[in-house]
Every structure is written in C-alpha cells, then in structure tokens.
Design a protein. Sequence first.
Length: 283
Amino acid sequence: MRTEQEMYSMILQFAQSDQRIRLVGMEGSRTNVNIPPDSFQDYDISFLVTDMESFRRDDRWLDAFGERVILQKPEDMELFPPELGNWFSYLMLFQDGNKMDLTLIPSEELELYLSSDRLLKILLDKDGLVPNPPVPTDRDYWLKKPSPRSFDDCCNEFWFLTTYVAKGLCRKEILFAAQHLEELLRPNLLRMLGWVVGMEKGYSFSVGKAYKFLKKYVDPGTWEDLLSTYQNNGYDEMWNSLWTSVHLFREASQKMAAYLHCPYPDYDKKVSGYLQQLEASYR
C-alpha cells in the first residue's frame, strides 16, 4: 500500500502539472485531528477546475492515480439521483487498498466550496485565492444539546415506530419489521443515547459518523445491550431486540427528560402495553 506521503505527492504532482486545476482541497477524516489515523481512511480530495467538461469527457486521466479495483461516478448514475449540483465526483478503490473520493468543482464556486465543510484543508492554491486558509474543525459534527421540542419529537417517533416493528412481526413480515427497526427506529435510539453522552460528558465533541465511537462513552452494560439489538436473524430474536431497544430508549430518555426539565412522555406506558398485547397474540 502506498504511504500517506506517497499519495499526497502523487495528487499534488498531478495537480501541479495540469493547468486546469487551480486549487486542491481535502476534507474528511484525514483533516480531523480527533480521528485516530488508520490505513482505511479515504483521501477526500477536491479539485477546483476551469474546465469541467474536458475532464468528464474521458476517464483515462484517472489512471494516473493507480490501478483501480472499482470506480463509481455518483453524478452519472440513473438509479441514484445526483446530489452535488454542478460538482462531479469519482469514488476510486485502488489495487493497493487506498481509496480516494475525488470531486471536481467549477472554479467559480470557490466560496460555495469553502463554506461546504469546516473539516477542510487547502493543499494547493496556485493563484492565492484563499489568503487565509481555514483551520479544519469538526465542530459541526459535535453532539448538540436537544431542545425540549426535539426531545419530544425523538420520543414520539421512536415509540410510534415500535408499533410498526411489532405489526410486521405479528404478520410474519420479517423484512418489513427489520426495515423499520434498522432504518427508522434505531437512528432515534442512537440519537437519544448520543444526547445522554453529551449530557454526561459535555456537548463539545463528536461520537463519529454512524455513532461509531459511542462505545468509548457508554457503560459496558449499555454497550452489550445495544449490540444484542443487532441479532435479528429470526422472529424471536427480533422481538428480543425490540424490547431491549425499548429498555435502552426508556432509560436514556428518562435521564434526558429530567436534564431538560420537561415531562416524560405518558404514552410510554400505553404503547408498551399495546406491544405486550401484540406479542401475546403472536405467541
């Protein structure tokens, strides 16, 4: 695998040699001093260029970065609509294991680029366009103290979704139940657990994308219970996951209600009773 220094040298040499590229920036985990470095980190690179179409017409210029295992161009896909406006990205996994997400940005959208991400570092500025380069910070990703309204919204969404999971299990529609548990209910459980971490440790840091650093901040029992909710390869297992999720959410949300000086939702008891009735009918 090419080293970090070898990758940076390759990227910058390429950019220096191409007059269409006026500025090179980097975003993501490699600019975040709070993320432990490892070999799996992507190189999130942006080129501000004067001629987008000349790059897009022919992909052969990408070969300069190494032999690829796979290439994806999200803005050139039909099934997944583009989300970057005038920007165009190339997601590349190389044979040596390095991965680079390279985005082309029209040079006239410099200000938009500079405001797009606070985890941004300027690697090359040929024209001195950014006299005061930004200092990367992950502040935008820090845990945020919820308002009482946001807290209530999270509670309402979580408890409402538990009924969909239970309904799917009663109908023996495990894929329906699994989708609601994993894609809709779980994010609210993780959000509430994250809020409690902030309450206990301060809202001045990030627990990472997809809450990947949550283990560092919760007690071992909570962590083991949370892991157990991912064991959903059967109906009984999913019922257990649902009830464990309910227990974890209730415990965390009761702490948050006290912290925020707002009422704890009275529908916990009612919904829990409803879930018990559904499980009894299922059994």
